[in-house]
Write a protein that binds this ligand. Structure first.
Ligand code: ZN
Ligand code: ZN
Length: 104
């Protein structure tokens, strides 16, 4: 399977991140949803795979303040609550896409 890579990132608004992929697909992410799906050890139990953040638990005011790419495979997001340990691989991000064709 071909691994999708983002060609551009754009901040639609404070709560929405847009990613354009090299296969032409476009994803719009709710930033709270991304934060809830962080896969770092603080947010996801490594042993059980259990998520430590429950949906709706985070304040809606938590927004990304900086986004940096990590090598060729992912990006990190620095959040307004100080959290920055999560790496979002492109593969993971693409799976998080909530558009109608990806959710099917
Ligand atoms: Zn995390
Ligand atoms: Zn999609």
């Amino acid at each position: 399977m071909v691994k999708p890579t983002p060609t551009s990132l754009k901040k639609i608004d404070n709560r929405t991140l847009g990613i354009l992929w090299d296969d032409g697909h476009e994803s719009l992410f709710d930033t709270t949803y991304l934060r809830e799906n962080c896969t770092c050890a603080n947010c996801l139990d490594e042993w059980t795979g259990e998520r430590k953040i429950m949906p709706g638990q985070l304040p809606k005011t938590v927004t990304p303040i900086a986004i940096d790419s990590v090598g060729q495979y992912g990006l990190t997001i620095r959040w307004s609550d100080g959290h920055s340990t999560g790496i979002y691989t492109y593969e993971h991000l693409r799976k998080l896409c909530q558009c109608p064709s990806c959710r099917r």
